[in-house]
Design a protein around this ligand. Structure first.
Ligand code: GAL
Length: 430
């Protein structure tokens, strides 16, 4: 299913590219509808193809269709958790002058890369018209801006650093994970599970973001929120003792994970945890949506704690959508889409399937799950930082260097090499 979606999409991308080659369309001529203002069609891209992701995306698609009768929506999602395949396909289309009407994007760092490249449209007028900034937490609104202008709209807020747990496996190994405990206590507990004969950690890093995110949670735990932020202003170094300690911890945790981790996806790993294959799985809270979608019962089939560390940190992973600055095939439909995303009821219904919390403070969260109530409270009280694994804390290039360094480190375990790549990338980002 996933492979066929991927194949279909890559065929579609190739077909679009050849169409341009055959017809000789220039970068200024949009493909599809020729007037650029069409209202009958809308094509959107994302990487939401897992069961829960696809269901949540359908809430948005149904929402825009309801408000625009007769609209046909082409869901051009590209599979691959964390979106690296989707972003590659998008880059090819932007390059070819044949963009979709709207694409999924993380705010701040990743968004900035599209803005600097002249690819994302300025949405400031739409923001002013809807008075959206006043309906969002200040930090969330700011993350959608580059140099004071808005270039995306936020649909939800995910927490990246959540440790999902299997209560039966923990009980069987006689282990309790203390939510207020530190990383040393967690590692000791995981070792105890392993000694009891069960794999301690489920990991699925077929898409590398899963291990990048595990490592970033460990670094945050050891270094603290302030130092994490300073990594992106060059006031703290990847060479710091806390980061080196985190890399040692990461190696230990990796040694307690299923050996086939690079062959399985994030959603498979989360479900394997709930099935009892292991005791814990570190994953963003889109895993919450996925576990519900798989029929698992919160509190019974699985539990959760914020990833243990010396303070309560909320690793913010935002989801939103931008539209192209040039060659937009259906500008009016794209605007209707963005307005739909900023409907509080749509944000709540989307969150219920996705596991996130709504970005809008005006969205009613009273009907969302206890997990989501907790996440919403933490987003207000914890130290909020941005994810590097999801290219929010930095630009896309720096995040790619991190992903590559993690991938290499998974094979080599070479701390000096990891540190050298990251300190070099740190210097060149300024
Ligand atoms: C993140 C995204 C989430 C979730 C995850 C796994 O980048 O923010 O919404 O979809 O990837 O695919």
């Amino acid at each position: 299913m996933r492979a066929s979606t991927k194949l279909k999409t890559s065929l579609a991308v190739t077909a679009a590219a050849s169409l341009i080659a055959v017809t000789g369309c220039s970068a200024n001529q949009p493909s599809g509808s020729s007037d650029g203002g069409g209202t009958d069609k809308l094509e959107i891209t994302s990487w939401w193809t897992s069961g829960s992701e696809a269901d949540a995306l359908n809430v948005l698609i149904d929402g825009v269709k309801k408000g625009s009768p007769g609209l046909s929506v082409d869901n051009a999602a590209v599979s691959g958790g964390g979106g690296s395949n989707a972003r590659q396909a998008l880059a090819a289309r932007l390059q070819a002058g044949s963009p979709p009407d709207s694409w999924q994007v993380h705010p701040a760092g990743q968004l900035k890369s599209y803005v600097v490249g002249g690819q994302a449209a300025d949405l400031t007028d739409l923001w002013t018209e809807g008075d959206w900034a006043s309906q969002l937490p200040k930090d969330v609104a700011e993350a959608q801006q580059v140099d004071g202008k808005y270039y995306t709209v936020p649909i939800g807020v995910h927490r990246g650093n959540v440790l999902w747990t299997n209560p039966s496996v923990l009980t069987k190994a006689n282990v309790t994970i203390d939510p207020t405990g530190d990383l040393d206590a967690l590692i000791a507990s995981l070792q105890q599970v392993q000694d009891s004969g069960t794999t301690a950690v489920c990991l699925g890093d077929k898409d590398i973001f899963a291990s990048s995110q595990l490592l970033e949670s460990i670094i945050m735990s050891r270094a603290g929120a302030d130092n994490w932020k300073k990594l992106f202003t060059n006031e703290y170094s990847f060479d710091a003792p806390e980061v080196k300690q985190a890399l040692e911890d990461y190696k230990t945790i990796l040694s307690l994970a299923n050996k086939d981790h690079s062959a399985i996806t994030w959603d498979e790993a989360s479900k394997n945890m709930a099935e009892g294959d292991c005791a814990v799985n570190l994953m963003g809270d889109w895993a919450y949506g996925e576990l519900l979608n798989a029929g698992k019962k919160p509190g019974t089939d699985f539990g959760w704690v914020a990833f243990p560390g010396k303070e309560d940190i909320f690793d913010y992973v935002g989801d939103g959508f931008s539209i192209p600055a040039k060659n937009i095939p259906h500008a009016e439909a794209a605007k209707a889409w963005l307005k739909t995303l900023m409907d509080p009821k749509i944000q709540t219904d989307f969150a219920a399937k996705k596991g996130s919390i709504p970005a809008l403070s005006t969205a009613d969260i009273s009907g969302l799950s206890p997990y989501q109530q907790e996440a919403a409270a933490s987003f207000k009280s914890a130290a909020v930082v941005s994810s590097l694994a999801h290219a929010q804390a930095s630009g896309a290039e720096f995040a790619q260097t991190y992903a590559d360094a993690v991938s290499t480190f998974n094979g080599s375990g070479n701390i000096a090499a990891f540190t050298a790549s990251m300190t070099q990338a740190q210097k060149s980002q300024l």
